[in-house]
Design a binder for this molecule. Sequence first.
Ligand SMILES: NC(=O)C1=CN([C@@H]2O[C@H](COP(=O)(O)OP(=O)(O)OC[C@H]3O[C@@H](n4cnc5c(N)ncnc54)[C@H](O)[C@@H]3O)[C@@H](O)[C@H]2O)C=CC1
Ligand SMILES: CC(=O)C(=O)O
Ligand SMILES: [Mg+2]
Length: 633
Amino acid sequence: MTITHLNKFSFLASQTKPHYYLSNYPLPSIMWNRVLFAASNLARSRRFSTAIPGPCIVHKRGADILHDPWFNKDTGFPLTERDRLGLRGLLPPRIISFEQQYDRFLNSYRSLEKNTQCQPENFVSLSKWRILNRLHDRNETLYYRVLIDNIKEFAPIIYTPTVGLVCQNYSGLFRRPRGMYFSAKDKGEMMSMIYNWPARKVDMIVLTDGSRILGLGDLGVQGIGIPIGKLDMYVAAAGINPQNILPVMLDVGTNNEKLLKDRLYLGLRQPRLEGDEYLAIVDEFMEAVYARWPKAIVQFEDFQMKWAFKTLERYHKRFCMFNDDIQGTAGVALAGLLGTVRAQGRPLSDFVNQKIVVVGAGSAGLGVLKMAIQAVSKMTGCSELAAKSQFFLIDKDGLVTTERNNLDPAAAPFAKNPRDIEGLTEGASILEVVKKVKPHVLLGLSGVGGIFNEEVLKAMRESVSTKPAIFAMSNPTMNAECTAIDAFKHAGENIVFASGSPFENVNLVNGEVGHVNQANNMYLFPGIGLGTLLSGAHLITDGMLQAASECLASYMMEEDILKGILYPSISSIRDLTAEVGAAVLRAAVEEELAEGHGDVGPKELAHMSKEETVEYVRSNMWFPVYSPLVHEK
Ligand SMILES: NC(=O)C1=CN([C@@H]2O[C@H](COP(=O)(O)OP(=O)(O)OC[C@H]3O[C@@H](n4cnc5c(N)ncnc54)[C@H](O)[C@@H]3O)[C@@H](O)[C@H]2O)C=CC1
Ligand SMILES: CC(=O)C(=O)O
Ligand SMILES: [Mg+2]
């Protein structure tokens, strides 16, 4: 191991505290109550502190420990634990330190990279996902440490784009279950099923019905990869304790013919439930969750538009939930849009004059429009009706106007009155709109790869902005509206560029670097969840979401923004998430929704300064280190 590594580990150790191990199983014995009492005392005492030794608690023994990824340390078990936990003889004799295990894993990963250099890209990506997934299944502490330390490198594997490929191939890749599956066949059973989940406490649930997985469409039960990937980001970015997370798939069938015919498909082989039958399943699930874990937060993810809006409207005043595609995306996009104003060297107030074309009138596109229009209305003091004049919405049938037959009610508030769009008509193409409007920003959330073609990008050269912005936000990479290279090549080297999935920065002909931003809701959802959790709020309000977006918008320094860098590097996502979490928490306090968390009550939260709130949030982030599993004698 290199000196750098040694320094890094000792530095991290001094920054963090051990997590304490609690049983995964509800244990009704008096002994277990003692364990919980000790743990809650520890939680109390560690509130603002670092590096407090945790109690050494595990009720399992022998092979059961080795097969439990939460407790498993592989060859890292010290002799005392091998002796006292019945592990002697079950492991090779040499004890390997955490740091050595860490290096060994990264070495295997690097060998894999080297050995697959000439293989097709998808093969390499899936191989990388497999090696990480195997570690996840075996040793969670090491897995999350590797993930946190190398998040920039591994996010594209456990999250977009590779997670999309994993979902597409999930039935074939399936080895071990992760999370919970509730299907249409479980109607009437969910209240008891929810108690099958082994953890006593769940803080964060990510739920999907698999109906719109990234831009890949209906993937049925295979969409479970998305909640798993999102929750990995929760652990890595927000330090949510992985013992308290739960990925969930609501399998109400699929309309994907290919999957229905696939022998290996692991979900229900029936068309999707619709109408009241569908809602009855989601209702039952939500009731069951909140009966067992009244304080849990549910993130709705990748639901097709009609159910995304319907469920948000149905539950947001009843349960502590939000829809990431509508609300998380909107916050990230708004922060990016405000960044583009600063990148032009203009004051933020100039946002109200920016002409913005949004391509895609789905849950994400409409969420962005709604939040951006609210921001303009707030800045100018004018009505939302007046505020929307600068925004243009395009869907699969072109420019959305009030003349549209069967205008979708969700898109109707953003439809243009033909009187206000001289030279354009209902259904005008992207190219026509760009040529006529000469927008400051062209933002894609259509799910259609390459739709910002050469002609469209070249038309952006006529933009009225000195730094036109192209946001190709659809995922995964192949569904991006354009590539970074094409954007800089055709729209000009002065553009600001952002995409939903990562692209490499572009070397420009003028010798400079064309910065690629990743405009992805991962910059906000972990902080929204963490801030809400620590506030103890029972709802997630527009005010809390707006605070998250404003925090992200103000995170970047002028110097970076002027270079076209709108969001921080993923490497600093933990730091950003602490700030976002604190902003959300403080908004909850302001709205008198904060009921407190653990033994930190609402009054204590209200008395914290901004800096103390950030510190409080940071100190509550879980960090993976091996903790002793037996008491020192
Ligand atoms: N970067 C990020 O953080 C996020 C990215 N997304 C991505 O956004 C995309 C869309 O997501 P949703 O809005 O939930 O999907 P959706 O299915 O609800 O909406 C898609 C919209 O695109 C429109 N569209 C389809 N073909 C088009 C075409 N040829 N020209 C113009 N518009 C067209 C449809 O009419 C529809 O309005 C997905 O690829 C998803 O991965 C979604 C959420 C967050
Ligand atoms: C990033 C995300 O949530 C999506 O593409 O759906
Ligand atoms: Mg999503």
